[in-house]
Design a protein around this ligand. Structure first.
Ligand SMILES: [Zn+2]
Ligand SMILES: [Zn+2]
Length: 729
């Protein structure tokens, strides 16, 4: 360490490069001192990069003579990220073992990653002048739209965002009003919520609201475990109502598909304010404006998806995570953080309460609630009093399937459509793994060493255990009944849409998946069409299980249940339970209860029977016990080293080298083994699995191992990354 001449301070800067370190710079010559949390422009090789000052220090590991000065301090040295947030982000890169620069980038809106972007000034609001009020006294005349806008503004001043809600042609109308001197703009004041009373709460809701409010001002995690229709959102709103009126800010995180116009409308109406909306489909400019408005405390409520978690909010008083079990809260590439876990960490650092809400809580959260670490609030009464649908398990052994659908299923679909009702065909994709099954007796492969289900790797003709790495050749006949009936479970579902359309030519078939709903707003347009209620068939994946309620759907068909029952991914069964409960909650209403058909080769499966007959909580409890017995998370802690390359040999060579330098300790290492989806976009993917009984043991070994891994020559031929607390294999 070299000491610098006083008073020069070394800036430790996080830069958007994939290196596990901060970089040292001197302050810009002649410029102002960069504050911690501010953006700086610095030279890096031949480029100039935008970085964030994470700390300043009197010493540097670099020879002071070789230190370069920053080119410029951006944003006049205003810290964009406060000390608490920087501390949280520092914890994140140490815990998830990811490059600090990349982690800090996640916390910034994309526009601020560019040096030329400046922070926007305070937004304007529009108010009526004296002359404007006088104009309102007179008859509207022919200028109806001008008059309407004047009357709106007479009630209260409005921001551009609120004006946009009044209609499409507000801009020219407003310009006309300003020309006349009837309206003037001014810097927007801090938002004040104007709460409208909500519905009367049921006793369970009252209890939850009271307990959550009592924890205001200190850290407490609340698990709001409420069946579909039990009014979880009303609990959030009641808590927010109190905290916002006390001058605090609120942060609400929802899954990627959960941020619907209906949800925003509900928050807007009930709390009487304009939420700052942060997610990837909002334009860069709007996102920057929303972020800045939260950072300066002007916006009182932020609603967003995963990365909105890192929004700076000086008055943050509560964090709410809706559908906490949802897999989209875990980022699946780059900085692989869990927004749920980091939200709890952020709340604990700020000493504020956090609510995790779900109709189907994750096993991790149930485990924490059972251990008393979280307060557990159960809502079992349905506010809507809609009946739960009836389940029908359809044994499809010995049946011909038409692109995944049995004849019995198609008949039921036909009956529903002819009654003028709607059908939803649900393709379960989460935890999906290719499984080899016997179509006659329902046999599937189990690992002899650890009872995990074997995954079929068709390309290499092998069955693999993804837990311990056991492998065997694919048998020619069913080992159980000797039938020549082995095939992949749930195959051919890609053609599902065509088969349905051919069978029911008069019914519109609407597809809901990532491809068909990528365009902004297209999901909502399709959903609106379904709401109109004429008979149709909805075909879709997980996104159908979230957010929307389709009251005219009275038949739900779940096609590929077996792939989850036998998935190598130990979370697949938990996910299946969550999905089935969520999907069934979307269908039917009071007068017309729905039916859910589950097609399976395993009609006697115990977990499935328990879910259907006893409900989610006993099912989840049994799953949790199995995890403890099998020594799987949340009873243990895991990390993966994932690697991929165009050549399988390169991947295997790197992971074998990595395995050889794994330090001795209490954590165990399994693999290398192929990823469940081994080949994606021409690249072979494999992994090593590290597992330990305690988090601290896992991290101690990982930290010393990672330094060695970064130096391995075999690592240069592959792309590799570490995934702490992985959610899939
Ligand atoms: Zn068989
Ligand atoms: Zn095994």
């Amino acid at each position: 360490m070299n000491r610098l001449p006083v008073p020069a301070r070394v800036l430790k800067v996080a830069l958007p490069v994939p290196l596990p370190t901060l970089f040292d710079y001197l302050p810009a010559s002649g410029g102002s001192q960069a504050a911690v949390g501010a953006r700086v422009l610095v030279p890096f090789g031949r480029r100039k990069l935008v970085g964030i000052v994470v700390e300043t220090d009197a010493v540097s590991r670099v020879d002071p003579g070789r230190l370069l000065p920053a080119v410029a301090i951006l944003d006049e040295g205003q810290p964009l990220l406060d000390a608490g947030l920087l501390k949280l982000l520092t914890w994140c890169w140490q815990y998830y073992k990811h490059a600090p620069g990349d982690v800090l980038q996640t916390a910034l809106p994309p526009a601020l990653r560019k040096a030329e972007t400046r922070l926007p000034g305070p937004p304007l609001e529009y108010r009526l002048t004296e002359a404007g009020h006088n104009r309102l006294e007179q008859a509207p005349g022919r200028a109806k739209s001008q008059f309407a806008l004047l009357s709106e503004l007479a009630k209260r001043p409005l921001s551009a965002a609120s004006l946009a809600q009044t209609g499409p042609r507000w801009r020219p109308t407003l310009a006309r009003l300003m020309e006349q001197g009837w309206v003037q703009s001014a810097e927007q004041a801090r938002e004040v919520p104007r709460v409208s009373p909500g519905p009367e709460l049921m006793p369970e809701q009252v209890q939850a609201v009271r307990a959550i409010k009592q924890s205001a001002g200190r850290f407490q995690c609340h698990l709001l475990d409420g069946v579909t229709g039990s009014g979880k959102t009303e609990v959030y709103l009641s808590v927010l109502e109190t905290l916002l009126s006390e001058g605090k800010q609120g942060l609400v995180l929802v899954p990627e598909i959960g941020l619907t116009p209906q949800l925003l409308r509900r928050f807007r109406r009930r709390l009487g304010l304009e939420p700052a909306v942060l997610h990837s489909k909002v334009s860069e400019g709007e996102r920057l404006a929303a972020w800045e408005s939260a950072r300066t405390g002007r916006s009182r409520l932020v609603i967003g998806t995963r990365s909105a978690l890192f929004t700076p909010m000086p008055g943050l008083g509560i964090i709410i995570l809706d559908e906490e079990h949802d897999a989209s809260f875990k980022q699946q590439d780059g900085f692989r953080y869990s927004a749920r876990d980091v939200a709890v960490k952020r709340a604990s650092g700020l000493e504020v309460p956090v609510i995790l809400g779900s109709a189907t809580p994750s096993l991790e959260s149930l485990n924490n609630a059972a251990a008393g670490r979280y307060q557990w609030h159960r809502l079992r009464q349905r506010a809507t009093r809609a009946a739960m649908p009836a389940w029908r398990v359809l044994d499809v052994r010995h049946h011909t399937l038409f692109s995944g659908l049995a004849e019995g299923t198609l008949e039921a679909m036909g009956e529903t459509l002819s009654r003028g009702e709607q059908v939803m065909v649900f393709l379960n994709r989460r935890g999906w793994a290719p499984v080899l099954m016997c179509g006659d007796c329902g046999w599937h492969g189990l690992c002899g060493r650890c009872d995990a289900h074997l995954t079929w790797h068709r390309g290499i003709g092998q069955l693999w255990c993804h837990h311990c790495g056991f492998q065997q050749r694919v048998p020619a006949f069913c080992p159980e009944c000797r039938a020549d009936a082995l095939s992949g479970a749930g195959e051919g579902t890609q053609q599902l849409e065509q088969v349905i359309q051919a069978r029911f030519p008069d019914a519109p078939v609407l597809r809901f998946d990532r491809d068909s709903t990528r365009r902004k707003g297209s999901f909502d347009e399709q959903a609106e069409a379904v709401m109109e209620g004429s008979p149709c068939v909805l075909v879709g994946t997980q996104m159908l299980a979230k957010g929307h309620h389709f009251p005219e759907v009275t038949l739900v068909v779940v096609v590929n249940v077996d792939q989850s029952l036998f998935s190598a991914d130990y979370r697949a069964l938990e996910r299946l339970g969550q999905t089935l409960v969520q999907v069934s909650g979307r269908a039917g209403r009071v007068e017309k209860p729905g039916t859910v058909i589950l097609q399976t080769c395993q009609p006697e499966n115990e977990a499935l029977a328990q879910l259907i007959n006893e409900g989610y909580e006993p099912f989840a409890q049994a799953q949790l016990e199995e995890r403890v017995q099998a020594q799987l998370p949340p009873a243990t802690y895991q990390a993966l080293v994932r690697a991929d390359a165009h050549k399988r040999d390169d991947v295997e060579r790197f992971l074998k080298a990595a395995k050889r330098c794994f330090p001795a300790g209490k954590a165990s290492l399994f693999g290398p083994m192929p990823a469940i989806m081994e080949k994606v976009a021409g690249r072979y993917r494999m992994y090593l699995l590290v597992q330990a009984r305690a988090r601290s043991e896992l991290h101690r070994q990982l930290d010393s191992w990672l330094d060695e891994l970064r130096g391995l020559p075999a690592g240069r031929k592959v792309r590799w990354a570490i995934d702490v607390d992985p959610q899939d294999l």
